[in-house]
Ligand binder design. Structure first.
Ligand code: HEM
Ligand code: NAG
Ligand code: NAG
Ligand code: NAG
Length: 540
């Protein structure tokens, strides 16, 4: 059969080569083929644009080819744009990224179906501007789908259990102590941009907890690892050409990424490593660290790299490794990919949460007093009592952190799923590959869900009342929520306890209350960081 096919193609090619083409003919032929392909593509786009009408969903006015993407990209306030549209078009509506229809909802019944009840029918994330194939062996927990995702998540869930985080507690406390030391050195009675310090603190924590590698990036102002990881995020703010192509020609996202990767792999052989896209740079570094650790298997450490490598031990041959089946092993590629992921997912999110917290403290002196009182009555001045368990017993601090994340949710653009099995949700039929995004702001500021105290006010005690779990979307929801949630909350609490114990935060001069400008890329964060006046407290 194969032979026959080959023969036919060869014969065909021969025929074609025998036809005499002059240049004019060739030009004519190419233009006919191209316009044919173009016509098919354009009619396909037309077809896509009927998506919401067919389903009786409203949608904002769109431009042909661009959809609503230029509106979204213009001001870098995606969350606000979604909320604004919700006000105009109702709880469930749709918009277009290029010609890809995206359903948006803040209807908790629909979210319940998509994120929880039918989560197996929505076993993928909304694709990024560029993305890998669903079964790409290099994809990490965040990007993977279906059986691959399930296997990885089963292996990695215990990695983030309370028991594991307890083991990491002393490392986090140590990193927080360094944060206080650096702030003491640079910032007493001075207005400083704390965001910069918080980024270094969370990055330091991840490197220590994930890799057992201590690079001193809090004290060292110029640090390659730090600046590269930062750049990875900057790229998601300013799209590069391939990313635009990935949006507007979304059918070819995977191919565009593949070509880009091949160029990078080629470049990494010939070009200075520092000129590579930061993600590829990082991946190469992590690969080196993993190889090094594999060589020193005897001295086992208790960090994330070791836990993942232990899962890698069962990995023998390609043959025994069936992606469809749930086996408790990770391939070497997956170990590396997930280590990179921990860093990218854990560092800017958590440091941004600390920045928001500091802003709230500086603008709400009453909150600061209340937290300081709670901390002092729990620990006195005995710093040795502060650990990953004891900080979780501070009730008001817990409400405070949750209220910060309700008021300033950070990862809104990733709270979305993609349909992997055709289904119906509340009467709307959803074809495979349709993304459903959550309008987080509308939910977080819904008075029915968060009242009776005005949701537009910062008010931690509202968390005293048990709320609908779907009303809090800061870490997403369902089996695919943020795997690092517990880790992040403990890290935040340890840092906040130390910060509040050591410093008083005051607004900088001429600062208007609640007047921070936000910007949204991968995370939604204060555009210019947070600058506050630090005043050393007297420890007695
Ligand atoms: C305040 C800090 C953090 C915030 C606000 C945050 C937020 C989020 C959100 C909103 C999601 C999507 C959830 C969903 O789709 O339902 C997510 C997923 C994820 N987060 Fe976090 N995150 C934080 C910290 C961390 C940390 C410290 C780590 C790891 C060290 C981490 C690792 C992940 C991973 C791996 C996923 C993907 C999970 C999956 O697809 O199975 N995050 N995070
Ligand atoms: C997004 O930001 C721009 C510029 O700051 C502003 O004019 C616009 O109103 C914002 N959009 C929404 C929906 O808030
Ligand atoms: C403060 O630091 C953040 C994070 O490094 C940075 O993005 C921001 O531009 C800085 N703000 C100012 C006013 O320098
Ligand atoms: C997934 O969708 C199918 C329809 O394609 C439906 O029959 C099934 O009940 C859904 N799965 C769950 C868990 O609800």
């Amino acid at each position: 059969m194969e032979e026959l096919k080959k023969l036919n193609i060869e014969q065909l090619l021969e025929r074609i080569s025998q036809i005499e083409f002059d240049k004019a003919n060739l030009l004519k032929l190419t233009s006919i083929v191209l316009s044919g392909v173009g016509l098919v593509y354009v009619s396909k786009i037309w077809f896509f644009y009927k998506f919401f009408k067919k389903r009786n969903l409203k949608s904002p006015k769109y431009e042909f080819f661009f959809g609503n993407f230029r509106q979204i990209l213009k001001n870098k306030n995606y969350s606000e744009v979604l909320r604004d549209w919700t006000k105009q078009y109702g709880k469930t509506y749709g918009y277009f990224e290029g010609h890809l229809p995206v359903i948006v909802t803040s209807d908790l019944d629909i979210i319940q179906e998509v994120f929880i009840k039918q989560s197996t029918n929505f076993s993928a994330r909304k694709k990024g501007f560029l993305s890998r194939k669903d079964d790409d062996p290099n994809s990490d927990l965040f990007q993977s789908t279906k059986g691959r995702w399930k296997r990885m998540r089963m292996i990695m869930n215990p990695t983030f259990s309370s028991a594991k985080i307890r083991e990491l507690g002393p490392i986090l406390v140590n990193c927080a102590d360094r944060l206080i030391d650096v702030l003491n050195k640079d910032g007493n009675e001075a207005e400083i941009n704390v965001s910069e310090y918080f980024k270094r603190f969370t990055m330091d924590s991840i490197w220590n907890c994930a890799f057992g590698v201590d690079i001193n990036m809090q004290f060292e102002k110029k640090n390659d690892y730090f600046s590269k990881c930062e750049e990875v995020f900057k790229y998601s703010f300013n799209l590069i050409l391939p990313q635009y192509l990935g949006v507007y020609l979304h059918e070819f996202k995977e191919e565009i990424l593949l070509i880009l990767s091949l160029i990078m792999i080629f470049k990494s052989k010939f070009v200075d490593h520092n000129k590579l896209l930061p993600y590829f740079w990082l991946r190469t570094r992590i690969g080196e660290i993993v190889k090094k650790r594999l060589k020193q298997q005897d001295q086992k450490k208790k960090d994330y790299i070791q836990i993942l490598l232990d899962a890698n031990n069962g990995f023998n041959t390609k043959k025994s490794f069936d992606y469809g089946e749930i086996k408790k092993v990770l391939s070497p590629n997956e170990v590396e990919a997930n280590l990179v992921l921990f860093m990218l997912a854990g560092y800017e999110t958590t440091s941004t949460a600390l920045s928001y917290s500091t802003h709230v403290l500086a603008t709400h002196p009453d909150e600061q007093i209340r937290l300081h009182d709670e901390i002092i009555s729990a620990f006195g001045n005995d710093l040795s009592l502060i650990n990953s368990d004891s900080v979780q017993e501070l009730e008001y601090l817990d409400w405070f952190v949750k209220e910060v994340l309700r008021f300033y949710p950070i990862g809104n653009s990733v709270v979305a799923r993609r349909c992997t099995k055709k289904t119906t949700i509340k009467g709307i039929d959803i074809p495979v590959d349709t993304p459903i995004a959550v309008d987080v702001l509308s939910i977080h500021f819904d008075a029915d869900l968060w009242g009776p105290h005005d949701p537009n006010e910062f008010y931690p005690p509202r968390h005293q009342i048990k709320r609908n779990p779907l009303a809090f979307m800061a870490f997403g929801n369902g089996p695919r929520n943020c795997i690092g949630m517990k880790f992040a909350l403990i890290e935040l609490k340890i840092a906040l306890v130390k910060l509040i114990m050591n410093f008083e935060f005051l607004p900088k001069a001429y600062h208007k209350l609640n007047d921070i400008e936000l910007i949204e890329g991968a995370v939604r964060s204060p555009k210019n960081g947070i600058t506050v006046l630090l005043k050393k407290r007297k420890l007695f």
